[in-house]
Design a protein around this ligand. Structure first.
Ligand SMILES: [Zn+2]
Length: 220
C-alpha cells in the first residue's frame, strides 16, 4: 500500500499514520526526519540542504524530492509506505508521481483528513506530549489514563501550549493556501479520499480503515 496523508495541524494525522503503519506493516516516512538525518550524516544532499537553510532560504523541491525517493528505496518501505508531510506543493507531487510511476510503484491513495479551524484550535491548545516516546495526548479529546503520565512508557507528560490561537490560525491559513491546489491535483487523478477527522481517535481510525478497505483487500 502506498499512501500520502494530507491534513492540517491538529487533524491527528501523525497518530493515524502510526496506527496504519502498525496494522498494515508500512513504513511511516516524515520529511522532517529525513531532512535531519541527511544533515546529521553530512550526505551530499544534506550539505546542500543545509547551505540553503543557513542562508535562511527554502530548500528547493529538487533536493526534498531526491531525499524522499532515496528513502522510499530502503528495505522497510518495500512493502509499502505512508508519506506524512510530503508532498507539500504541486511540483513536488508531480516529481514524486513521475518517479514512482517510473519505478512501477504508483501511489494507491491520498487520504485527506478534514477538520474545521475551530476544532483544530481546540485540539492544538490542549496538547500534551511525552518527551520520551513522542506520543501526543490531548486534555479534551484523548487524555492519558493516569493524569500527567504517558500510557506507553510511563514518562511524565509536558503541556505543549507553545502556540497561541493567532499563531495556530495563521498556520492553518498557510496550510490551506498551500494544500488546496494539491487536493485538487490528487482529486483529478482519482486518488483523493476524504476522511472526516472531527471525531475521537478510535472513530477516525475506523473511518480510515474503511476508506482504504479496497486496498487492504488487494494486499491480502
Ligand atoms: Zn511515552
Amino acid at each position: 500500500m502506498r499512501i500520502v496523508l494530507l491534513g492540517p495541524p491538529g487533524a491527528g494525522k501523525g497518530t493515524q499514520a502510526r496506527r496504519l503503519a502498525d496494522r498494515y506493516g508500512l513504513a511511516v516516512i516524515g520529511t522532517g526526519d529525513i531532512f535531519r538525518d541527511h544533515v546529521a550524516r553530512g550526505t551530499p544532499l544534506g550539505r546542500e540542504a543545509k547551505a540553503y537553510m543557513d542562508r535562511g532560504e527554502y530548500v528547493p523541491d529538487r533536493i526534498a524530492v531526491e531525499m524522499v525517493l532515496a528513502r522510499l528505496d530502503q528495505p522497510d518501505a518495500r512493502e509499502g509506505f505512508i508519506l506524512d508531510g510530503f508532498p507539500r506543493t504541486v511540483p513536488q507531487a508531480q516529481a514524486l508521481e513521475r518517479a514512482l510511476t517510473e519505478a512501477g510503484r504508483p501511489l494507491d491513495a491520498v487520504l485527506n483528513f478534514k477538520i474545521s479551524d475551530e476544532m483544530a484550535v481546540k485540539r492544538l491548545t490542549s496538547r500534551l506530549v511525552c518527551p520520551n516516546c513522542k506520543r501526543v495526548y490531548n486534555l479534551s479529546f484523548k487524555p492519558p489514563r493516569v493524569e500527567g503520565t504517558c500510557d506507553v512508557c510511563g514518562h511524565e507528560l509536558q503541556l505543549r501550549n507553545d502556540d497561541d490561537e493567532a499563531t495556530i490560525l495563521r498556520r492553518l491559513d498557510v496550510y490551506r493556501t498551500q494544500t488546496e491546489p494539491l487536493v485538487l491535483y490528487f482529486w483529478e487523478r482519482g486518488l483523493l479520499r476524504d476522511i472526516d477527522a472531527e471525531a475521537p481517535e478510535e472513530v477516525v481510525a475506523d473511518r480510515t480503515i474503511e476508506a482504504i478497505s479496497d486496498l487492504s483487500d488487494l494486499e491480502a
